[in-house]
Design a protein around this ligand. Structure first.
Ligand SMILES: Nc1nc2c(ncn2[C@@H]2O[C@H](COP(=O)(O)OP(=O)(O)OP(=O)(O)O)[C@@H](O)[C@H]2O)c(=O)[nH]1
Ligand SMILES: [Mg+2]
Length: 363
């Protein structure tokens, strides 16, 4: 699962990338415009995994991960409304989620591409680009379908045409496609188009050091956006977070205390971006390893077993399932069996978030 960090030039993308990944990619005030990107795989903090590790004392603990990509800035070629570079947009379309960085910090030594600091306007600018790009795809496809669908009366094509017409209306009203809550069969029809405004979106307002504690003032400006489905808005100071990410744990604690912060925003941001992906975690637990596995919501037991190993899917017999809460409350699989909370499930069982699963299989 890949989360792309996108934003206008010099909004703090690389700084935030460093904060999230604990890395130290050089930030350079004059780097704007470079195409290359950085990427890193990051562990998703999960308290449940820690609790399971306390019980099983495994040799190894393996959390779920998410990958972050630090993107080149969004900027229009020659400042025209002609839209963005196709290659750049094509790449953004392959991402699973967008993390949009908006500059809210003041710093005279860092120029702003639009002249002054105004994160609400910057979000409008970015959304306008993404909306136009989606609209172009929708209109192209509608034009093609209109030529054929009415003649052939092909039901699938008519269904898609009707759906895309609704998309066009939404985009023309300047709304992201996320406002539509799609039924699974609708989602399936349009998945291949990878619409930008349909992707889960985490908006990060990058505030200045002096605005720490005044996050809500900034967040209030984005109250409307925050109500859009599959959208979250949060405020952090990327610069400080990047500095904290470089510290040893004790130093980081002291630093946070100094600033009256409870936890680094890093953990929260990673969790937010992970949750927005709409995925489900199940666990395997034993003396050897306690591990989190990532599957899509609605995945059935046999296929979920395949996430662990293809042999487990092929030779799937049944799954022994205990909800995480019960296992932590009772302290062992044996006690769960005695109490009747350990269930045997067949291949079609829909795996739930937090299930601890032992797969029985034979090959
Ligand atoms: N004061 C302050 N400066 C920041 C903050 N975040 C980033 N900066 C500074 O802004 C400049 C640009 O930061 P980058 O992280 O390189 O921004 P970027 O979006 O990756 O820039 P490009 O990739 O060139 O578009 C650097 O000088 C950073 O030190 C912040 O929260 N506060
Ligand atoms: Mg950068």
């Amino acid at each position: 699962m890949i989360v792309g960090i996108v934003g206008l030039p010099l909004s703090g993308k690389t700084t935030l990338f460093n904060a999230l990944t604990g890395g130290s990619v050089a930030v350079d005030k004059f780097m704007g415009g470079k195409r290359e990107t950085h990427r890193a795989v990051v562990d998703v903090p999960d308290e449940r995994l820690e609790r399971l590790a306390e019980i099983f004392q495994p040799r190894k603990v393996t959390p779920a991960t998410v990958e972050y990509v630090d993107m080149a800035p969004v900027q229009r070629e020659g400042g025209s409304r002609s839209g963005l570079d196709d290659e750049f947009l094509g790449y953004i379309r392959t991402l699973d989620e967008l993390l949009i960085v908006l500059r809210a910090f003041e710093d005279e030594s860092v120029p702003h591409p639009l002249g002054n600091v105004d994160p609400v306007r910057d979000l409008d600018e970015l959304m306008a680009e993404f909306l136009l790009s989606d609209l172009a795809i929708v209109e192209n496809r509608i034009a093609r379908l209109e030529k054929t669908a009415h003649k052939t009366k092909n039901e699938e094509e008519l269904f898609e045409l009707e759906l895309l017409s609704r998309f066009r209306t939404v985009l023309e009203e300047n709304q992201p496609l996320r406002v539509l809550e799609l039924a699974p069969e609708e989602e399936k029809v349009v998945r291949g188009y990878s619409f930008l405004t349909l992707k889960p979106t985490l908006i990060v307002v990058n505030i200045g050091e002096s605005d720490l504690g005044k996050e809500q003032v900034w967040l209030d400006k984005f109250a409307d956006v925050a109500t859009v489905p599959n959208t979250r808005v949060t405020a952090v100071c990327a610069q400080i977070e990047a500095e904290i990410a470089q510290l040893e744990p004790e130093d980081a604690r002291a630093f946070l205390d100094d600033l009256n912060l409870e936890e680094p925003a890093r953990s929260r941001l990673i969790r937010d971006s992970y949750e927005l992906l709409g995925l489900v975690n199940f666990f395997t637990a034993g003396e050897k390893e306690v591990r989190a596995w990532t599957i899509r919501r609605g995945t059935r037991a046999k296929e979920a077993a395949g996430a662990i190993h293809s042999d487990l899917e092929r030779g799937f017999i049944r799954a022994e399932v205990v909800p995480y809460e019960d296992l932590v409350r009772l302290g062992s699989f044996a006690r769960c069996r005695e109490e009747g909370v350990l269930r045997l499930e067949g291949k079609d069982y829909v795996v739930q978030d937090g299930d601890v699963i032992t797969v029985r299989f034979g090959v």
